[in-house]
Design a protein around this ligand. Structure first.
Ligand SMILES: Nc1nc2c(ncn2[C@@H]2O[C@H](COP(=O)(O)OP(=O)(O)OP(=O)(O)O)[C@@H](O)[C@H]2O)c(=O)[nH]1
Ligand SMILES: [Mg+2]
Length: 421
């Protein structure tokens, strides 16, 4: 199928780039622009409707014959004037050509996956790169796109193929004692090495969807100054503050960016026993938020703090309350004392949560596939069953590396792609 879409940003703009990709790309482009320029060279053309020959625009045309194109298919780019009218007329003209239709989100990338130009891991990196809002996200996405993880997964695949070959060979040895024991020892060594490789991959940090930030939850008893602290951290009056205990009922979320990293600050209802039905619901939600939090700012007594892997115990209202006990930091939302230090604290804690900017990380389905592989990589005395397990492990790995990724995984990734990518 030949597909077309606007690949550049929101209109109107100075220029708009339309991409046309697939077997009919050359024919369709020729019927609009006349003879195409030499491959990979921009050339100015009159762009005309294929049926009426009416002039739509004058623009640059670039011709990338497959398979040496971004999608692996024949691909033509039109750089036109970036008005809605021009783009609509161009899309109308192109889809009037036989075998050409509008692309779905991510469909160009899907083509390049299918043609082996890019693998699933790199496609995910691309998705992240397109969504990146902060510097840290951009770097992490680029390293994924550049295939650092791909190389390690590829090395694992080599191992699995090797191991499979050994196991298949073992099936023929059955019955021959001497041959079998030497062979089994060799397989055992290879299997250990493969398991070790999987284990090391699973040690990589898990990558959070970039749209989300690190969840920083403010929690504690009522009236301790949680909402005031949220406002102080944000620098605006996002949450309601009052001297009344039980002011915050619902969860209040506020996204912020600190030093190139995205955070979501989350204010919660004060935790206490209450008869109020609404307040109770708020407190339940607060519990859920504490559980889901990446970093917990606890504003209650230090000894009451819930156990949490990333806890910061905050003494609040230091302008009126003298803090004693084992707090990590003392702040006053009123005077601003300690706020900068608290931000620094949050930043340090989150460094440990985030992959290094140029480091590798795993998406959720990387983790799932690697865990599946780990499950299959166990020694098994029956060579036929062993070979079968290895096949299953390879299959799980191929879903990350090959063009034959599971369709639902593809759908999930491409659902967030924009048109024209
Ligand atoms: N002096 C002083 N007062 C503060 C400070 N922070 C909060 N307060 C006051 O303490 C009261 C409660 O503040 P909130 O921020 O609403 O407290 P909360 O923990 O969100 O309370 P709930 O939502 O009811 O659980 C308000 O009257 C605030 O003005 C502070 O740093 N210094
Ligand atoms: Mg509050």
């Amino acid at each position: 199928m030949t597909i077309v879409a606007l690949s550049s940003g929101r209109l109107p703009a100075a220029i708009a780039i339309l991409r046309l990709s697939g077997p009919e790309a050359h024919a369709a482009a020729t019927s609009i622009a006349g003879a195409l320029p030499s491959p990979r060279q921009a050339s100015l053309r009159n762009l005309r409707h294929p049926h009426t020959a009416e002039l739509i625009d004058r623009g640059l045309v670039l011709w990338f014959p497959g398979p040496k194109s971004a999608t692996g298919e024949d691909l033509v780019e039109f750089h036109c004037h970036g008005s809605r009218a021009v783009v609509e007329a161009m899309l109308e003209a192109l889809t009037a050509c036989p075998g050409v239709r509008l692309a779905e989100p991510g469909e160009f990338t899907r083509q390049s996956l299918r043609n082996g130009i890019m693998d699933l891991t790199e496609a995910e990196g691309l998705g992240d790169l397109l969504e990146a809002e902060t510097e840290g996200q951009r770097k992490a996405a680029l390293s994924l796109l550049q295939g650092g993880l791909h190389d390690r997964l590829d090395a694992l695949r080599e191992r699995l193929i090797n191991l499979s070959a050994m196991a298949e060979a073992g099936i023929d040895y059955v019955g021959d004692e001497d041959e079998t024991s030497g062979h089994e020892a060799a397989i055992g060594t290879e299997l250990d090495a493969a398991r070790e490789a999987v284990r090391r991959l699973l040690e990589l940090p898990e990558r959070r969807p970039l749209r989300d930030g690190i969840r920083v939850v403010l929690a504690g008893p009522p009236n301790v100054g949680k909402s005031s602290l949220l406002n102080a951290l944000l620098g605006n009056e996002r949450a309601l503050v009052s001297a009344e205990a039980g002011t915050t009922r619902d969860v209040v979320e506020a996204p912020v960016q600190i030093d190139g990293t995205a955070y979501i600050l989350i204010d919660t209802a004060g935790l206490r026993d209450t008869d109020g039905a609404v307040e109770k619901m708020g407190i339940e939600r607060a519990g859920g938020e504490i559980e889901r939090s990446d970093i917990l700012l606890w504003l209650g007594a230090p000894e009451d703090a819930p156990s949490h892997p990333c806890l910061i115990k905050v003494a609040a209202k230091t302008d009126i309350i003298e803090s004693h006990g084992h707090y990590d930091i003392a702040v006053s939302a009123k005077t601003g004392d300690g706020i900068a230090e608290l931000i620094e604290h949050i930043r340090l804690k989150s460094n440990r949560l985030l992959p290094a900017a140029d480091g590798l990380s795993l998406s959720r389905h990387h983790v799932a596939a690697l865990q599946e592989i780990e499950k299959q990589l166990v020694s098994e005395s029956d060579p036929v069953i062993f070979a079968e397990k290895l096949r299953a492990a390879r299959h799980a790995l191929d879903s990350l590396l090959g063009a034959h990724g599971l369709e639902d995984v593809l759908d999930r990734i491409f659902a967030r792609f924009c048109l024209g990518k």
